[in-house]
Design a protein around this ligand. Structure first.
Ligand code: KIV
Length: 275
């Protein structure tokens, strides 16, 4: 690591829940990337990424699986520990994988504890059905990020990668779900594959930051899977993905561009979204 980068990394104040809530209120955009190891955690932290998400997308981009369902709590805990070691001031969020919060509230609490002990500062759960679990974790002082819209762990039930909340009934359902998870104590909300007008409305209404992925430009922040934005993922990518590595051979520069464009609002633009 160069001396100047090291200074930059150590000079940023740690990102906290209060800071994230303030950014939402001030409409200061939150830059989020998925991250799975210590080296990338350090690089992203130095480049100014606010939140590192140890996503269960690691099942696909690290392990080469077809979807996220086979990922285990042990695997997420291992990658969370790696990311937490490399990260300096960024806020580390760990996904609760499929099956780790489905059986009971007790099972969810025990598994969330494993991720906090591995170094997570917040855990992420998919689906409004998990609202009672969100409440139980929040009551115990464990920060929770909810994830609504398209939820990859229920890809089979949803019939594939489809935009959610498109018609009036779907939008009403999503509004109710978003209010319920926020009321239960979630302190951040990922909105995936949601029409931009609906994401804009929810971001204006909710007291917690929304982080969009394929949800338009008006969320409090944006998240991308690092392999997608670095152009590592083979094949056709969803149209909301921008390959920030294009035009540079430098991974650090690509991550800096992502942060710059999220903060300025240059990413995403309507042509990249279009729902
Ligand atoms: O697992 C993951 O990477 C995620 C993001 C796509 C939001 O949940």
């Amino acid at each position: 690591m160069s001396e100047s980068a090291e200074n930059a990394a150590t000079s940023r104040k740690p990102i906290t829940l209060l800071r994230l809530a303030q950014m939402h209120r001030d409409r200061e955009k939150i830059a989020v990337l998925t991250c799975y190891d210590a080296s990338f955690a350090r690089l992203m932290d130095e480049a100014g990424v606010d939140v590192l998400l140890v996503g269960d997308s690691l099942g696909m981009v690290v392990q080469g699986r077809a979807d996220t369902l086979p990922v285990t709590i042990e695997e997420i805990a291992y990658h969370t520990a790696c990311v937490a070691r490399g990260s300096g001031s960024a806020w580390v969020v760990a996904d609760m994988p499929f099956g780790s919060y489905h059986a009971s509230i007790e099972q969810s609490i025990a598994n969330a504890c494993r991720l906090f002990q591995a170094g997570a500062k917040m855990v992420k759960l998919e689906g409004a059905w998990a609202t009672p679990t969100i409440r139980a974790l929040a009551e115990r002082g464990m920060p929770v990020c909810a994830h609504l819209g398209f939820t990859p762990q229920t890809v089979h039930a949803l019939g594939g990668y489809r935009v959610q909340g498109r018609d009036a009934d779907g939008a009403a359902l999503l509004r109710g779900q978003a209010r319920a998870v926020a009321e239960a104590g979630a302190q951040m909300l990922v909105l995936e594959l949601v029409p931009s007008a609906l994401a804009r409305e929810l971001t204006a209404e909710l007291p917690i930051p929304t982080i969009g992925i394929g949800a338009g430009r008006d969320c409090s922040g944006q998240v991308l899977v690092m392999h997608d934005m670095l152009g590592v993922t083979p094949g056709k990518l969803p149209r909301f993905v921008r390959r920030f590595v294009e035009g540079t051979a430098d991974v650090r520069e690509a991550v800096r561009r992502f942060v710059r464009d999220v903060k300025s609002g240059a990413y995403p633009d309507e042509s990249l979204h279009g729902y």
